[in-house]
Design a binder for this molecule. Structure first.
Ligand code: UDP
Ligand code: MG
Length: 333
């Protein structure tokens, strides 16, 4: 009897359509939000899953939030997490993953650079048993060649130096299974290099190629300075190679200095002490000073991160959380 009850229970669970959560962090996306929603909805209506769309309003200063409110009036499957200020995309995404209840969770940019039409293919792979299905861009249309170049250098560098494999040309557009999400939200570091974290969790991962569209409207919020910091973030959170480079450069310089010192001592003993070489002293001093400052800088980058992590602040604060109907509220954070 008991066993039979268990079996019917399991059968019922299997029969119930699974829930898909689409997490979209939004920051001043008022211009594209409606179009994004409509395109997304068209796709979601075609798949055989229940769905919820979870917007994370990352401190937008335009009409983004009021548009989301209007969408919620018509569509009970839309939920929104309103953060207290702008926390940055990575943290907004984390807030979304924390609140997502889906059996599968897709995170997607709201600026339509990630085509929602790809979702059925992502789901297909998930149904085949993959835990992480990411979309790999085959083309970076609409981006300047300088940007393409710097992106390519960055991917190469991180590939070479990090001990984990981060797939190239992959953004944050991906589907995660429930257990992958559970693994990911256990990682609470302040400095969140999502691409790295996605790879770090492991599980079976697979990529799907797609052509990335240029932005539909608005502009990318990434300045070059931010991109540089992003790259620094990636390198410092996933590799200690810069620290090693500093030690090796130090060791090399010390060896050279020792050999050169020996040469000077021997020359002085053999040939006496001619007029001291001012240029040699200057060059040596400046070089050593440079190497030292650089190494201290590298140390500082790591130390600043230790400082940030040691404060143990919450990653984000939620002003209001209005869940979709397919989700139950579990208290504010
Ligand atoms: N975004 C966010 N907070 C930010 C910056 C961006 O939530 O501080 C959102 C933005 O609304 C968009 C997504 O993150 O949905 C990607 O942003 P963007 O297009 O600026 O980045 P890119 O496509 O250049 O990586
Ligand atoms: Mg974008």
């Amino acid at each position: 009897m008991d066993a039979e009850l268990k079996r019917t229970n399991r059968e019922m669970q299997n029969a119930a359509p699974k829930l898909l959560t689409v997490v979209a962090p939004v920051f001043n996306e008022g211009d594209v939000l409606r179009e994004f929603y409509e395109r997304l909805l068209k796709v979601l209506c075609q798949i055989e899953m229940r769905y919820e769309i979870l917007f994370v309003n990352d401190g937008s200063e335009d009409e983004t939030l009021s548009i989301i409110d209007k969408l919620r009036d018509h569509d009970p499957n839309v939920g929104v997490i309103d953060l207290t200020r702008n926390f940055g995309k990575e943290i907004a995404l984390t807030a979304g993953l924390d609140h997502a209840r889906g059996d599968a969770v897709i995170n997607i940019d709201a600026d339509l650079q990630d085509p929602p039409e790809l979702i059925p293919r992502l789901i297909e792979k998930w149904q085949e048993g993959y835990d992480v299905v990411y979309a790999t861009r085959t083309d970076r249309r609409g981006e300047s060649s300088l940007r393409k170049f710097s992106a390519s250098i960055f991917y190469r560098l991180i590939h070479w130096s990090a001990s984990i494999r981060i797939p190239r040309d992959t953004g944050d557009y991906r589907l995660l299974s429930r257990r992958a999400v559970n693994a990911l939200i256990k990682l609470r570091e302040q400095h969140r290099f999502m691409k790295g974290l996605f790879s770090w969790i492991g599980y079976s991962q697979v990529g799907i190629p797609f052509e990335r569209e240029p932005r539909e409207a608005g502009s990318s919020k990434w300045s070059f300075w931010q991109l540089w910091n992003f790259a620094l973030e990636g390198l410092t959170s996933f590799t200690t190679v810069p620290l090693k480079v500093a030690s090796y450069v130090g060791a090399l310089t010390a060896t050279c200095a020792f050999l050169y010192g020996m040469k000077i001592i021997i020359a002085t003993l053999l040939f006496g002490d001619p007029v001291a070489g001012y240029p040699t002293i200057m060059v040596t001093m400046l070089f050593l000073g440079g190497v030292q400052l650089l190494s201290i800088g590298v140390l500082g980058e790591y130390m600043a991160r230790i400082f940030d992590e040691s404060k143990k602040r919450p990653l984000y604060l939620v002003k209001t959380y209005l869940p979709s109907e397919s989700n139950t509220p579990d208290g504010e954070q």
